[in-house]
Design a protein around this ligand. Structure first.
Ligand SMILES: [Cu+2]
Length: 157
């Protein structure tokens, strides 16, 4: 099986050239404590040759309380879902997470190629390197985050 490189998503936020919109934080103060979800290193993989589906990745960290990513919407696609990957009979298969993506307080949950991802289906146009895909993330807590997610080529092209 092909080895999957896991360290793809890191360079986005470095230095002054990082795109700040790939990172966002939904936070509010409650009893003097910050509660919210931090999203960092968001990116979508560029789609080749008119593919109608795409995948996006990001790191999530719930701050101050547990939360759950319950839905994703993007005007770049007719539908967006959180998918997990599992191996069955030697094949990697994608399975939607009907309960959403649980976010345990203080723990970073990393979406990455070959693992959990946000799947965009029915792309309205190809995801091209250098563009940004708008995305609205809704959490169980009722908080929402709007992101402009940069599109770039995957390292395995
Ligand atoms: Cu998928």
């Amino acid at each position: 099986m092909r080895k999957i490189t896991l360290m793809l998503a890191l360079p986005l936020l470095l230095g002054g050239c990082g795109d700040p919109s790939s990172s966002a934080r939904s936070a509010q103060s409650r009893d003097g404590n910050t509660v919210g979800v931090e999203v960092t290193d968001a990116w979508c993989r560029a789609t080749p040759n008119g593919a109608r589906t795409g995948a996006c990745y990001a790191s999530f960290r719930a701050v101050g309380a547990n939360d759950r990513l319950v839905s994703v919407n993007s005007s770049a696609a007719t539908a967006a879902e959180v998918h997990d990957m599992e191996e069955r009979d030697g094949m990697m298969r994608m399975t939607p997470l009907p309960q959403g993506l649980p976010l345990a307080e203080g723990r970073t949950v990393e979406l990455k190629p070959g693992a959990t991802h946000i799947m965009l289906t029915g792309l309205t146009s190809p995801l091209q390197t250098g563009e940004q895909a708008p995305m609205i993330l809704t959490f169980e807590s009722g908080r929402t985050l709007e992101l402009l997610v940069p599109v770039r080529a995957g390292a395995d092209g």
